[in-house]
Design a protein around this ligand. Structure first.
Ligand code: ZN
Length: 144
């Protein structure tokens, strides 16, 4: 999924659970579960970066920052919510390493990367937007 549904799910986990270890493990697991659900993306593997991709990522980050600041002003950001946010997007953050265009020489990293790539259920169809909207709206209802 794009960044926003991952982040709001991580915030729910961080808000609802008290144990930081559990928050980290569940937020990380939630990332992979959400990637398995059919979700819209303007491009699909092998993810050639286009102008549309940069615009989508920029807007996704702006929406995420807006939601995080809304949560911060309404209920506050406790350390567990911050942990939830971090671990919910960690697998996608690791993709940033690939922007260097040099192959990563770490077997474990490459195995996880390949697996993360293979579980993606990306679709150009509109229902892929709906699935992500449902995740965001349900998460916001739980948070507030
Ligand atoms: Zn992902």
């Amino acid at each position: 999924m794009i960044i926003t549904p991952h982040i709001v799910t991580g915030m729910v986990i961080g808000k609802e659970l008290g144990n930081p270890f559990l928050v980290s493990v569940l937020a990380l697991s939630s990332h992979f579960v959400l990637d398995i659900i059919p979700h819209w993306q303007e491009n699909r593997y092998p993810w050639t970066l286009t102008k549309k991709t940069y615009i989508r990522i920029f807007l996704d980050i702006v929406v995420s920052i807006f939601i995080i600041s809304m949560v911060k002003s309404k209920i506050g950001l406790n350390p567990n919510i911050i942990l939830g946010i971090f671990f919910s997007i960690l697998p996608d953050l690791s993709d940033l390493l690939l922007l260097k265009k040099k192959p990563i020489k770490n077997k474990l990293f490459n195995k996880i990367y390949e697996w993360h790539k293979d579980i993606q259920n990306e679709t150009p169809k509109m229902y892929g937007v709906v699935t992500q909207l449902v995740v965001v709206v349900l998460s916001l209802i739980i948070i507030f």
